[in-house]
Design a protein around this ligand. Structure first.
Ligand code: ATP
Ligand code: MG
Length: 275
């Protein structure tokens, strides 16, 4: 009773929060539009800015990797693109439209977030796939198998006697790290986002599993503009553009080869942190 009371109070507090601003705005398809981050600064509080004058762009379909020391501002940049925060200066545009002009729903529905340390909810594989989608429970099995296949997850799901209805998590089967990641990738395929935000796992899988996950991700990124917080050299080498962020500023933009030649800290980083 005591525990439930505490939790309920907290839930009611959240339900009582006013709606986020920016719910209304332009509804528009953002496929094939470049993203421009234009002199963006941001501070969490009155104190020192955490992001200062960051400018970069991502052309449709490009992969842009954020790299740099801890506390540099990579996650904060993700938060700004996802509109969890608003820049204090500058703006982020999709095509010619500042993203703040779009309705929040329209923007968020077209952005996919894949964390490779993806947690599964208690429930079935099916529920884990459609989680968060309106009328998700009405998505036909055929479509769910299709996205599972694209994520190379169909085989192990089919191997469970209950297939899509297999319970996972505490009460059900324990999925391996690689299986969880592929379900997270299948989940992203189901949403078909135009922009992909990817937070790369720091812990690595065994090399066979890693290979399959990598293949699934490559397929997911195909044709989508992707921002990745990268921890792996293999990802970075494939990036169209690497953005080195330190202390809230961009100190280098280029391909791996370019930065290796021109950016001392990047070279050190690539040798030590990423290798
Ligand atoms: N919610 C927050 N409120 C106040 N300050 C924050 C908040 N989140 C991050 N910061 C500060 O902003 C700065 C940038 O943090 P951020 O999380 O963006 O770095 P990062 O590059 O993602 O680091 P890491 O590689 O460790 O994940 C840090 O100084 C951090 O302490
Ligand atoms: Mg971070």
């Amino acid at each position: 009773m005591q525990k439930a009371k505490g939790a309920t109070e907290r839930i009611i507090e959240i339900l009582d929060q006013p709606l986020e601003e920016g719910q209304v705005g332009i509804e528009t398809d953002i496929s094939n539009l470049p993203i421009t981050i234009d002199s963006v600064s941001f501070a969490y509080s009155e104190e020192e800015p955490v992001i200062e004058g960051v400018s970069l762009d991502a052309q449709p379909g490009q992969m842009v990797a954020f790299v740099g020391p801890s506390g540099g501002g990579k996650t904060t940049m993700f938060g700004l693109i996802e509109r969890f925060y608003e820049p204090t200066k500058g703006e982020i545009r999709i095509g010619n439209t500042p993203i703040q002009k779009l309705s929040l729903t329209s923007w968020r529905n077209q952005i996919g977030y894949v964390s490779q340390e993806s947690a599964m909810m208690a429930g079935t594989i099916r529920e884990n796939l459609y989680y968060g989608l309106e009328n998700g429970d009405q998505i036909p099995d055929g479509r769910l198998w299709e996205v599972a296949k694209m994520a190379y997850a169909d085989q192990f799901i089919a191997d469970f006697p209950k297939g899509l209805d297999t319970e996972v998590g505490e009460r059900g089967v324990k999925l391996s790290g690689g299986q969880r990641q592929r379900i997270a990738i299948a989940r992203a395929f189901l949403r078909d986002p135009k922009i992909l935000m990817m937070d790369e796992a720091t812990a690595s899988l065994d090399s066979q599993s890693e290979g399959i996950v990598q293949q699934a991700l490559t397929r997911l990124m195909d044709g989508r503009t992707t921002f990745v917080i990268a921890h792996r050299l293999s990802t970075i080498v494939n990036a169209d553009k690497i953005v080195f962020i330190e202390k809230g500023r961009v100190t280098g933009i280029g391909t791996h080869q370019e930065l290796i030649q021109t950016h001392d800290l990047y070279r050190e980083f690539a040798q030590q942190q990423l290798a």
